[in-house]
Design a protein around this ligand. Sequence first.
Ligand SMILES: *Cc1c(COP(=O)(O)O)cnc(C)c1O
Length: 234
Amino acid sequence: MDSFSLFDENYKIVCDKIQNAANSVGKNFEDITLLAATKTVPVETINYSFEKGIKYMGENRVQEFLSKEEALNKGFHRHFIGTLQTNKVKQIVGKVELIQSVDSVKLAKEISKQSVARNITSNVLIEINIGSEENKSGLDKSKINEILAEISEMNGIFVKGLMTLGPIFENNLQKSKFFEEMYKIYIDNRGKIKDNIDIGILSMGMSDDFDLAIKCGATMVRVGSALYGKRNYN
Ligand SMILES: *Cc1c(COP(=O)(O)O)cnc(C)c1O
């Protein structure tokens, strides 16, 4: 099957699952933002998916994003979803609508600095390492108040919500425990509105578990292989 037909088939399945999961918690399909995680996917396939209805896309490597950026449909909401090194911030700032992966004060400071230099504001999510896993990106959940307090003093950066990768588990019971904990952190912080903090987005759930994440309160899911087929790397 060619990559376009594969996408068509998969897209329908993903949309049905989103719809069902949303309905099961009293939400509508439109309440959930489906972001296509497009690493390794060729630009022509990504642009094809735009025509079919995908409006949000995210890349997780700076180099790959930059190599695709110009050829991407101009209508895309472009997000950066991968680990971001401080020294690469200047290559990304101003080119994406949302950086989903801010997991340290140091990174936030650099985004602030590069944004102020360009006279813009960068929207970000705070990435939480909800499973407290070693060697995994994301901020420890105990540090959320601290980072929000620090960012509230910065210019050029606006916190729109929270993101997590979530631990990889075989069983849904364990997964939903972490998703529920993440949702609780989201609710606890949602009301804390400051000049540059307004937590509305909860980005969690990927190909294997996006329906579960929606049932646990996700407002945005990031789906790659369930739309485009299996990849050779992560
Ligand atoms: C690749 C990726 C996804 C999507 O992964 P799939 O399992 O293919 O759906 C989601 N979030 C991030 C940060 C990713 O890098």
